[in-house]
Design a protein around this ligand. Sequence first.
Ligand code: DC
Length: 228
Amino acid sequence: MATRSEIAVAIDGPMGSGKSTVAREVARRLGFRYVDTGAMYRAVAVAALRRGVAVDDPDALAAVARALRLELTFGANGATRVAVDGEDVTGELRTVSVNRVVGKVAGAPGVRAVLGGIQRDLGTTGGVVMEGRDIGSVILPRAQVKVFLTASPEARARRRQAELAAAGEQVSLHDVRRIEDEDDRAAMTRHVGPLRIAPDAEVIDSTDLTVDEVVDRILGSVARARGL
Ligand code: DC
């Protein structure tokens, strides 16, 4: 039976599955640290763009990841702030230019090795909700609670469109679907860090569930893992 501080919750899923909103809320309700691993890949993308590194060169991307000093600050409200070499780049993580190249950054094996090491360290202490693509399968295979969140393609496209609109980008549903398909295909065919469902993960289809309903189900799994 795991104590509260030993519990790690891994939440994986495709774009638009609602995993960020859910993971943040689960962390808030438990008083756990929320770790957004996508933000780390995005931070490396920001650094690569600034340095003018060719995003088609996986070795050059890995060198950027190895050289940079990545600092994560976990705010009380669940927000993850990311600083690269002492400069806060949180505001740049979700720009169009980063969106365009982050898939290539995340596909570079050397980048995954560097960030994976940091993520494992963050997970060892427990008391953490870590969100990404490969957390339950690769990064924290011993997490006590693993959730793979899915949703219908339509629901995912609608959520993603709303997210982009909130960031000031108006994209048609058709284009969102196209981007989403490309992202999923890339995530599933990358030979490292694929979007993979851990055999012991609980698969939750959020299409017809509210955020609170998904959160409650995960909190129920956490309570069972704690033997409550
Ligand atoms: O979840 P997100 O959109 O912020 O993720 C940004 C990119 O990083 C996206 O291409 C998926 C990828 N990613 C990954 O490969 N592995 C993770 N653990 C998290 C994100």
